[in-house]
Design a binder for this molecule. Sequence first.
Ligand SMILES: *Cc1c(COP(=O)(O)O)cnc(C)c1O
Length: 435
Amino acid sequence: MHHFRYQDSKLHCESVDLANVTREFGTPTYVYSAQTISENYRRLKTSLAGLDVQICYAMKANSNLAILRLFSNLGASFDLVSGGELQRVQAAGGDVGRSVFAGVGKTEAEIKLALEAGVYGFHVESEPELARINHLAGKLGRKAPIAIRINPDVDAKTHAKITTGKSENKFGIPLAHAAAAYEAASKFPHLDLKGVQMHIGSQLTSAAPFIESVKKVVPLVQELKKRYGIEYFSIGGGIGIVYQDALASGEKTWWDAKPESERPLTPEAYGAVLAPLLVSLGLKILLEPGRFLVGNAGVLLTRVEYLKQGQGKNFLVVDAAMNDLVRPAMYEAYHELVPLTQDAARAELKADIVGPICESGDCFAKDRVLPTAGEGDVLAFMSAGAYGYTMASRYNTRGKPAEVLVSGDRFELVNAREKFEALIAGEKIPGFLKT
Ligand SMILES: *Cc1c(COP(=O)(O)O)cnc(C)c1O
């Protein structure tokens, strides 16, 4: 569920008419709904109500400081993947002490930073990493809390670039080697064995791979609890969202109309099948959702620059580009595109939706049918709250877009559009080129 709806034919985020946002802050601009995020968080938390659950929001999905503060206020901690993300949690006033640090390539500097900040757990992905963390913890006179990431070799049946739980992926340690890895870890004097971790992929739309992987790993978890007294089991993130929302058709999103069995994964269904598998463990359960919490809570507003009518093909050239939202170019991802103003009198248009960047890959959609749009019209790419701004770049010397947070009838700029001066701030012309 989300809070982007037409009221009097104007697209609103909660009670804010999005035309007011573009008037004030221009385009392209990301807009996020605080209420949607809060509801997603509470729904997921409630779905596993019988368990001791800690939600560690996977902040790589959307790491704006305002979003982090919102999560912190809701009681979430964070799943972070770099020293930079750790410093973001601190800057937002989040609790590093309840947050976990993931990633296959943690550097010495990042490990040191995380030890000093007192992270709740390092999610270790290899045996050399165990040795490195042990060594650095020893130097600092500390014990490092660790969990080993287990690769259960389960096919998450999602896009190849976001599947992580197959044995050919770079992530984690194979289940068959896990007991030996914990045995090795237990010999290191500066490591504290705190948990077990897994994460099989992103944008999963059925519960089956989650069930399969939890069932595979639970016997190991029981054994590790007995042997080392571990206190948590992190089952990762990965709950998918609906990208084909059919927002334009009215109040109800299309899956509401479908029978339960045909709906994509809901948090309630996720909780209903997973809780019974986890409850008898008597451990704290960590969840690391990213996309589910923020994906449907954001849109990217863009203005039409030109309607270019080619031979047998129309191109709608918009002012957002692959540098602002890379998901279509990178993952062939679908984003619904809707006008800010509904107008039933407008004929339909079939067009490729493209950005201004000098690459054929700078294409958001091919042969998309939408109400006719032309120069100056503003459109919204839906479900752009996750892996949108965080994956933005400055390609073509385009500053990153602005970000706005909505709550009720209030909206505030939470990240200014990047100015040219900021783009070149670190660059200089060396002396030997100045003649
Ligand atoms: C990216 C990631 C997540 C979040 O994945 P979503 O699909 O956004 O829920 C969780 N855990 C780990 C270790 C990750 O790398």
